[in-house]
Design a binder for this molecule. Structure first.
Ligand SMILES: Nc1ncnc2c1ncn2[C@@H]1O[C@H](COP(=O)(O)OP(=O)(O)OP(=O)(O)O)[C@@H](O)[C@H]1O
Length: 251
């Protein structure tokens, strides 16, 4: 069953059309990827679904609720990554989680939540004292405070080292295993291949292809595509991980 349905979505900024008649559905429980070059319209699309940006036209239904008539109902079932600016500088991680839980009006065990993102040792630290990977993990923790049905992750692993990236992949897989639907944008194709059940490839505000990563690759090969260079059984990232291990470095 589709938990998100986007039909004929259009977003114009003045004369410029950033999202151009976009339609897609996200199935309940899947990890759905929006892939595309810079400026393709991914963040704009996500933020419209998240009720954070006005659309120009089109229909968006989330968990059976229409964005035009029930935006507040939609807010209750989604988890959105907060920007660093939302993290009060004088509070530590545990206090921040308790604050957000209070704002959502839900009860949460802050330490259990911090443990689920490997940050229990940093409970007394401030957000600004965290490394890049830790900041990303904390920001994902804030998206799950209200136990949402759907979480939206906009480029969650940008700027992370391979260890921290893999650690975040595990976290996203755990969220999926617990039944959460995940919508993710990324510029890393290996990440999309690894995590996403289906991906939509977006270019200049339009979806140019939508399918499972496997099917997209098979279709390309069936069209006669051949790599210029034979691919080796491992890549440089495998070398890096084999040499430096899987342990997180930012302890
Ligand atoms: N507030 C705004 N006013 C005017 N134009 C905007 C605004 N926000 C985004 N745009 C434009 O809309 C287009 C789509 O932007 P968007 O941020 O959605 O792209 P994106 O696919 O998320 O890109 P990236 O991969 O670089 O994050 C871009 O050309 C951008 O310059």
């Amino acid at each position: 069953m589709a938990i998100i349905s986007v039909q004929h979505l259009v977003k114009k900024y003045g004369d410029f059309t950033a999202v151009n008649d976009l339609s897609f559905e996200v199935e309940e429980g899947e990890v759905f990827g929006l892939l595309g070059p810079n400026g393709a319209g991914k963040t704009t699309t996500l933020e419209i679904i998240e009720t954070l940006r006005e659309k120009t036209s089109g229909t968006v239904i989330v968990d059976g609720k229409n964005l035009d008539t029930h935006p507040n109902e939609i807010k209750k079932v989604i988890g959105v990554q907060l920007q660093a600016a939302g993290f009060y500088p004088n509070l530590n991680l545990k206090e921040l989680i308790e604050l957000f839980a209070g704002l959502y009006n839900v009860k949460t065990d802050a330490m259990t939540l911090l443990k689920s993102v490997n940050l229990e040792d940093k409970a007394k630290n401030k957000f600004k004292e965290l490394s890049g990977g830790q900041k990303q993990r904390f920001s994902i923790a804030t998206t799950i405070i209200n136990k949402p049905k759907i979480i939206f992750l906009d480029e969650p692993t940008t700027g992370l080292d391979p260890q921290a990236r893999r650690n975040l992949w595990d976290l996203i897989r755990e969220l999926k295993a617990s039944g959460t639907t995940v919508v993710i944008t990324t510029h890393y194709m290996d990440e999309a291949e690894e995590l996403c059940d289906r991906v939509a490839i977006v270019d200049t505000g339009k979806i140019i292809s939508l399918n499972t990563p496997d099917t997209l690759i098979d279709n390309l090969i069936a069209s006669g595509f051949e790599r210029k260079k034979k691919v080796k059984e491992a890549n440089l990232e495998d070398v890096f991980i084999a040499l430096t291990g899987k342990e997180l470095r930012e302890g």
